[in-house]
Design a protein around this ligand. Structure first.
Ligand SMILES: Cc1cc2nc3c(=O)[nH]c(=O)nc-3n(C[C@H](O)[C@H](O)[C@H](O)COP(=O)(O)OP(=O)(O)OC[C@H]3O[C@@H](n4cnc5c(N)ncnc54)[C@H](O)[C@@H]3O)c2cc1C
Length: 391
């Protein structure tokens, strides 16, 4: 490891590796440090993405696509199933391969990536940031003009830079997931289950991966997970609905569903991806959002370094571009999340039954929300603003 870089990126997930790719393409000397053994592992994700967002970055590639999805079904607490008419296809990824491919592209662009390298502290001497890295029993002090915190939900870079990165218990979704095998499910439809008893302050997903396998998991608000483990909720669901399935894997993880940090830039520091809470707070999806933020962050970092000004003021162009692209939309999603996850099981059951009476073509997600939230006029006003995203 050299001791000096233009950009030091902490975290080798999609946000970190894609920022590295973009910045290296702009001619920066870039180092990515990843604390885990390998880029892409462990996978803490249900691996679902929409096609349009993905295609902004990559041609879908069979090497990292496990399954193509043509629609999804909503399940109310009483088990009423509503097949939603989808206008966009989606994919369930193989993230261990997908993430590694982003790492490969970053390396190809000229970035250096080191695994088993953990950032443990950061100082600021005015001209540059210095980050202490533990790597294979040695300690390195790396100097960089800009440090990117792409270190996920547990981001320490943000805290070291004095940013307020804490996520309230209410907004942190505690996730648990099994990779199940031996399932007899429609391989082209994702299932989304709602209900206060089954998955309080969140939802449960069944994302088919083909060959009778699926990621079956849930996210519940931290307010509920502090008293009862998400795996307790998940086990109950699996025992009821898939009693003969085999468990090929189990993961736990958290998703910051706050709607976004107020500030995610400091002097010589940018936060990207989950570290900046750039997740869709309603769905918990963050892969494509991380790529979108990384694309902006990598370019703005290069422009700031070329201008010789890495101050908070200069780097805040990244905050502005993100807010215009998705940040404001995420604030609206946050309000919708509060409305939807606060609905009683009775309202969810009635909504599902009303939806079932509609012709299939009319069963859109926007209509589902309108029916569910008809007693919340202020939230109904948000739906047209999100109309295209909800179709
Ligand atoms: C249960 C669950 C299900 C999900 N399902 C979906 C889904 O279906 N679709 C979707 O779009 N999103 C989903 N997400 C969210 C998605 O996984 C994240 O939004 C996405 O991974 C964000 O990418 P990132 O690069 O910001 O963070 P991460 O992928 O978390 O990467 C951060 C990296 O930083 C490393 N790191 C942390 N600290 C340090 C340090 N000090 N030094 C060095 N390295 C460090 C970590 O090891 C990690 O590799 C899910 C999340 C969970 C928990």
């Amino acid at each position: 490891m050299n001791e000096r870089y233009d950009l030091l990126i902490v975290g080798g997930g999609p946000a970190g590796c894609y920022t590295a790719k973009v910045a290296a393409e702009h001619g920066l000397r870039v180092l990515v440090v990843e604390k885990d053994r390998e880029i892409g592992l462990p996978v803490r994700c249900a691996e679902g993405v929409g096609e349009a967002g993905l295609r902004e970055f990559f041609e879908p590639d069979p090497r990292w696509i496990a399954n193509e999805i043509e629609g999804f079904s909503f399940f109310a607490p009483d088990g009423t199933q509503v097949d939603i008419a989808n206008r966009e296809i989606g994919y369930v990824l193989e993230r261990r391969i997908f993430d590694r491919e982003i790492g490969r592209l970053a390396a190809e662009a000229g970035a250096k990536i080191v695994t088993r390298a953990m950032a443990v502290g950061m100082t600021n001497d005015g001209a540059a940031r210095k980050v202490t890295i533990h790597h294979l029993g040695k300690t390195h002090r790396i100097e960089a003009k800009i440090v990117v915190g792409a270190d996920g939900v547990e981001s320490r870079v943000g805290r070291w830079a004095g940013l307020r990165t804490a996520c309230s218990l209410h907004d942190i979704e505690a996730g648990a997931q099994y990779l199940l095998a031996g399932l007899n499910i429609n391989p082209r439809r994702c299932q989304l289950w709602f209900g206060h008893d089954a998955t309080p302050g969140g939802y449960l997903w069944v994302f088919p991966k083909g060959d009778g396998k699926a990621n079956v998991g849930l996210g519940i608000s931290g307010e509920f997970s502090k008293n009862r483990s998400p795996f307790d909720y998940l086990d109950r669901f699996v025992e009821t609905h898939f009693p003969s399935a085999s468990k090929l894997g189990a993961i736990a993880g958290a998703v910051p569903c706050s709607g976004g940090l107020k500030r995610f830039v400091a002097d010589g520091v940018l936060l990207v991806g989950d570290a900046a809470h750039q997740v869709n707070p309603l769905s918990g999806g963050g892969i494509v959002n991380a790529l979108k933020a990384a694309r902006i962050a990598g370019r703005i970092a290069a422009e700031a370094i070329a201008a010789g000004d890495v101050s908070r003021n200069r780097l805040s162009a990244y905050e502005g571009e993100w807010m215009d692209l998705l940040g404001k939309t995420h604030r609206r999603y946050y309000r919708l999340k509060e409305g939807i996850f606060g609905l009683s099981d009775g309202t969810l059951n009635r909504t599902a039954q009303s939806m079932k009476k509609l012709d299939y073509e009319k069963r859109t997600l926007a209509r589902l929300f309108r029916l569910a939230l008809f007693k919340h006029p202020s939230l109904l006003l948000e739906i047209p603003k999100l109309f295209f995203a909800l179709q």
